[in-house]
Design a binder for this molecule. Structure first.
Ligand code: GFP
Length: 799
């Protein structure tokens, strides 16, 4: 580590060099240049003065394979971890600069979509902080997820987000780690289990390393692969007629890693997505094996020293890839290869939604990866024998239908993961239970002891220390020990929950954070919001199961009630939204547009000023979340029970003192348990009552016909009130709610309205409210990603 004196010297010398190279003096540097200088300085400091790679002690090294890493801005986070944040601020002050302003210059690398990618980033942070040996493997996308703006009619507009990876000072190119990846071609049998594969094309993988800096820990790489090749190749060879759009037939290999596919709708039949997945896995598995062997270890020792953690099914093809190398390159028998691979992989499931469970057309996979399909067939045959042995004749068909990897000409990637892994985990207790009871009951019987739960967590370094410096300072004052490293220490503030001085301080911080967010809202939307109102926040990607439209219906109903009875006793609210919809997801885009339409009318209505306001902030990203979360009073976690695997925004918001308004879904259940039922507001159907509702034959229209408030809300969405008289704009959304409503929005509407009333009533008693919010902070230390990583260590990665 660097002493303060050494850092000052390094700061001055690097600044001199930076300025000389540009013929500028420090006073002439723009904020962007200050950012570049500081990012370079911090990057060099990390590499030269921070310990690299944790030693292997009683644990295996974790190779975390994920198609997404939503890492957020790195500079502030790294300076904090290096212990150089305040030091840097002091140095900058000499030049009249403020670190907070400079940090705003950094662009978020948008290498992910939502929770899954952000979880991966939190886990890398925790592993580096806990000195758990680890490396993250991902893709170096040229364009991250799109940038979101809103059009004149409130519709989502998308544009490419070139996150400037070519000028990104916090990574370095590992020219020595180049990999070669084949596609297509022919396979010929050599002997026994050994085949020779002659690919038709090869693509090179280049590695870019971003050091992940643990808090007072070590730095470990996030290794991102980028494709390149000298020639383009014609994807039409793989094309069965309708896989690809005409314009994407000829693919320049360099473009393989150009785009990030949104993960919520499985990119059915998209050959490019499958190619990305294989490219990611082939580069990563080769790198893992190379590193393992370089240490003089044998192939048989692989599971003793390495674990490959699959973040959802997207890297599932790594399983047959490792088998292929062991069989064809290293000449092992099937039994030997299987014994190694099946003890090396572990799989995390993040969803039960059938449409999000990946399946690939067998024909496409055969054309792209002819050797891998043979291996998958072999796995399938072996599995069939196991299922035949474990289930009697009467049960077999049902068991096979559930467990087969190859079924109906499709390759089921979740099944491949379960069969090829030694451990499978869900991401919150209720979700892990449903994985066993609803998704994979036959597997649970077949593979006893394979299924686990590891409830998600969030890194307190970014989500409290960095995002909420004022709350952090208060916690520092009252907590013995470093809560940033041990979040369970937060329980030390529990006795202060009723203390008037502490309450005043805690509340003042929330108020200041609300003012800061209000300034951001005004700057972005030109809307002045009332900081005395409840800041009611729903921030997450848009999906029907997350039910942003339930929130919307309540806003419309509240608006109508206020219009009808302006004198009513009303607790002012600002509803705050942020989130993107996948470009091809029509219904989610309708919901976005409808929220903007409603916001437009309400915000312009003079009767609503200071009472009811709606702020939809565009282009949701990590750095925006860091501004919204500390300012939230209410955390909307209103998915249909059984559909949200865990959630992590719910943890961030609650820890920062927002009251959860939620269904008994995902980690909400555990948040309620820890915080205490009196410190959350729970509503709506449960997993069991949703099941009953469906069994009885759910008809959403009945709710509409029987509830005048609901009817009026939906009718005004349909009649053009919120779309400048256009009665067609929200037709699809209205029709869906009335005739399908798969996510039971209408069935939960009345209960949600009541819950919203409870929130308003509680807020009026500020002393009780603040006490509740303090208790949320005090009692939720278990939701640190450090705890999750420890759970992985003891339940899954143990030797
Ligand atoms: C998914 C699930 C969430 C879960 C995260 C991380 O998030 O419930 O919290 O993974 O496990 F849906 P998204 O990527 O879908 O946002």
């Amino acid at each position: 580590m660097l002493s303060s004196q050494q850092f000052q010297t390094l700061f001055d010398a690097t600044l001199n060099r930076y300025c000389e190279a540009r013929f500028l003096t420090p006073s002439q540097l723009s904020d962007t240049q200050w950012y570049q200088f500081l990012a370079t300085l911090s990057h060099q400091t990390v590499l030269q003065h921070f310990p690299a790679n944790a030693p292997l002690a009683n644990t295996r090294k974790v190779n975390y394979l994920s198609m997404e890493f939503l890492i957020g801005r790195l500079l502030g986070n790294n300076l904090l971890s290096l212990g150089l944040y305040d030091e840097t601020n002091q140095q900058l002050a000499k030049y009249g600069k403020n670190l907070v302003d400079i940090l705003e210059q950094e662009r978020d690398p948008s290498l992910g979509n939502g929770g899954l990618g952000r979880l991966a980033a939190c886990y890398l942070d925790s592993m580096a902080s806990l000195s758990q040996p680890a490396i993250g493997y991902g893709l170096h996308y040229q364009y991250g997820l799109f940038k979101q703006a809103f059009g004149d009619e409130g519709q989502q507009l998308e544009s490419g987000d070139g996150w400037e990876r070519d000028f990104y000072p916090q990574q370095y190119h590992r020219a020595d780690f180049r990999q070669t990846v084949g596609f297509g071609g022919k396979v010929s049998l050599i002997s026994g289990d050994k085949y020779a594969w002659q690919p038709e094309w090869t693509i090179f993988g280049e590695a870019f390393d971003l050091p992940v800096v643990g808090y007072k820990g070590v730095q470990q790489p996030l290794r991102l692969w980028q494709g390149y090749s000298e020639s383009a190749f014609d994807l039409a060879t793989f094309n069965d007629g309708d896989y690809l759009d005409a314009e994407s037939r000829v693919v320049d290999a360099a473009k393989l890693t150009k785009v990030l596919y949104p993960n919520d709708n499985h990119a059915e039949g998209k050959a490019l997505r499958l190619m990305q997945q294989y490219f990611h896995c082939a580069c990563s598995v080769a790198d893992i094996l190379k590193n393992h062997l370089a240490q003089g270890r044998t192939l048989e020792q692989l599971p003793e020293f390495e674990v490959i953690q699959l973040n959802d099914t997207h890297p599932a093809i790594a399983i047959p890839e490792l088998l292929r190398l062991l069989l064809d390159q290293y000449d092992l028998s099937w039994e030997q290869a299987w014994a190694i691979a099946s003890k090396t992989f572990a799989y995390t499931n993040h969803t039960l939604l059938p449409e999000a469970l990946e399946q690939w057309d067998q024909k496409l996979l055969t054309q792209l990866l002819p050797r891998h399909i043979l291996i998958i067939e072999r796995i399938n045959d072996q599995l069939r024998q196991q299922v035949e042995a474990a289930f009697d004749k009467a049960e077999f068909d049902a068991a096979w239908q559930e467990t087969a990897v190859l079924f109906d000409q499709r390759v089921r990637m979740a099944n491949l993961c379960v069969v090829g892994s030694f451990a499978v985990n869900g991401v919150a207790q209720i979700h892990s239970d449903l994985v066993v009871s609803d998704l994979f009951p036959a597997y649970a019987r077949l593979f006893e002891g394979r299924f686990h739960n590891v409830t998600n967590g969030i890194t307190p370094r970014r989500w409290i220390r960095q995002a909420n410096p004022k709350l952090s300072a208060l916690l520092d004052q009252h907590i013995q020990g470093d809560w940033t490293q041990d979040l369970s220490l937060l329980n030390q503030i529990e006795p202060l929950a009723k203390n008037p001085a502490f309450q005043t301080a805690y509340r003042a911080i929330k108020q200041q954070n609300k003012q800061a967010l209000a300034a951001e809202i005004e700057q972005t939307l030109g809307l002045k919001v009332n900081c005395e109102a409840i800041f009611d926040v729903q921030i997450k990607r848009f999906h029907e199961y997350k039910r942003q439209h339930l929130n919307l219906l309540n806003i419309i109903a509240t608006y109508q009630s206020l219009k009808a009875n302006p004198q009513q006793d009303f607790v002012p609210r600002v509803f705050i939204f942020a989130g993107k919809a996948a470009p091809g997801y029509f219904m989610a885009k309708q919901i976005i547009q409808a929220i903007n339409g409603v916001a437009n009318v309400i915000n312009q209505d003079p009767d609503m000023q200071g009472k009811l306001q709606v702020a939809f902030l565009p282009d949701y990203r990590v750095s925006l979340a860091e501004k919204i979360i500390p300012a939230a009073d209410v955390s909307e976690q209103i998915s249909l029970a059984g559909k949200e695997a865990s959630g992590t925004g719910n943890m961030k918001l609650a820890l920062n003192g927002a009251i959860t308004l939620g269904t008994l879904d995902g980690a909400n259940v555990e948040i309620a348990e820890f915080a205490g039922n009196e410190n959350v507001v729970i509503f709506g159907h449960t997993v069991d009552s949703v099941r009953e509702l469906r069994e009885q034959g759910y008809v959403s229209k009945t709710y509409y016909e029987q509830d005048a408030v609901l009817k009026q809300a939906i009718d005004t969405l349909a009649d053009g009130t919120f779309s400048n008289g256009d009665t067609e704009r929200f037709e699809a959304l209205v029709n869906d709610m009335l005739n399908h409503d798969y996510f039971c929005v209408l069935a939960d509407f009345a209960s949600y309205r009541e819950a919203q009333d409870i929130v308003a009533k509680r807020y009026q008693d500020q002393t009780a409210w603040v006490e509740s919010t303090i208790l949320n902070t005090a009692r939720l230390g278990a939701f640190s990603s450090d705890r999750s990583i420890r759970d992985y260590q003891t339940r899954i990665w143990k030797k």
